[in-house]
Design a protein around this ligand. Structure first.
Ligand SMILES: *[C@@H]1O[C@H](CO)[C@@H](O)[C@H](O)[C@H]1NC(C)=O
Ligand SMILES: *[C@@H]1O[C@H](CO)[C@@H](O)[C@H](O)[C@H]1NC(C)=O
Ligand SMILES: *[C@@H]1O[C@H](CO)[C@@H](O)[C@H](O)[C@H]1NC(C)=O
Length: 269
């Protein structure tokens, strides 16, 4: 049984019995990712930014004191069901999770990828890097100054996979990072990473392909960063948040990337 599963059992996250001899998350519902359901968290208006807050269940034993996770979304934003359910899933693994709206209430619509009339370049032009940078900086200040968080782990998906490294640079406010299938991640952003970073990549993802992954690995290795990269077979761009559940490779990739994130935070945050 993986250490994080043992920990979840010890923390009492499991409602059933945790059979230590059988390495499965089935007995540890705290460590499964929800693909469907009703979101557990709530939005609060913080300095004009809608921020989703979701917490470990009341029955959970206290986790690490004064830590929390900043969830940095994909282009579908904080109001998207899959993003809320994934944030809730991380919360069930015993972390308070804070997820800001990066797009001022105007994310990419849920059906955009199948809508030929959706103008993605025009959407991109309305959402510059500075907009997400500002939302994240405001959220980090809120977490530290108002919520009293002292160590921040961050999970970033697609769009968010660029911003976690930006804020994992020295003095930018994130202590430990996990990213899945980052888009537009620049070499200098990888160079700037100061804290532990875990990367989930899919072998069908053109946005973070084999060349990008190898470049990232070479940089992190040369800097002696504490890093991990995991490559998932048959996993397309976006697999960390939304997959075709009837495709067993995709379903595995999403669930394993979730465990990868939780294990990483358990070890380094
Ligand atoms: C959120 O709060 C700001 C002030 O911080 C206020 O100007 C704005 O109207 C509020 N927005 C909503 C949707 O409540
Ligand atoms: C990855 O994408 C870059 C930029 O499009 C390209 O130059 C490179 O050849 C690609 N690598 C692979 C292995 O496809
Ligand atoms: C790499 O980092 C580890 C952990 O901080 C340290 O023990 C080790 O000495 C470093 N290696 C080099 C070559 O700097």
């Amino acid at each position: 049984m993986a250490p994080n599963l043992i920990k979840a059992c010890l923390f009492g996250l499991a409602s059933g019995s945790c059979v230590l001899a059988k390495p499965t998350t089935a007995g540890c519902p705290g460590l499964t990712v929800s693909h469907e359901g009703t979101p557990a968290g709530t939005f609060k208006n913080i300095s004009g930014i809608q921020i989703y807050h979701t917490h470990p269940p009341r029955s959970a034993k206290p986790g690490k004191i004064n830590t929390a996770i900043l969830y940095v979304t994909d282009i579908f934003g904080a109001a998207d069901l899959q993003n809320k359910l994934l944030a809730d899933s991380i919360a069930r693994a015993n972390y308070a999770v804070i997820m800001p709206d990066l797009f001022s209430g105007n994310p990419v619509p849920a059906n955009a990828l199948s809508d030929p009339t959706f103008n993605f370049p025009a959407w991109l032009a309305r959402h510059p890097v500075s907009e997400s940078d500002n939302a994240i900086a405001t959220t980090i200040a809120y977490m530290r100054n108002e919520l009293g968080v002292q160590k921040i782990g961050a999970a970033g998906y697609c769009w968010g996979g660029k911003y976690v490294p930006r804020f994992l640079a020295a003095g930018q406010g994130i202590d430990v990072g996990f990213i899945a299938h980052p888009s537009n991640l620049a070499t200098d952003e990888i160079m700037g990473i100061k804290g532990p970073i875990s990367i989930a990549a899919g072998d069908l993802d053109d946005a973070f392909n084999a060349t990008s992954r190898r470049t990232a690995e070479d940089i992190l290795f040369s800097k002696n960063t504490t890093y991990q990269t995991s490559l998932y077979a048959g996993a397309p761009h976006g697999f960390g948040t939304r997959v075709d559940l009837s495709n067993t490779r995709q379903k595995f990739a999403k669930e394993a990337a979730f465990l990868q994130a939780v294990t990483w935070f358990d070890a380094w945050l």
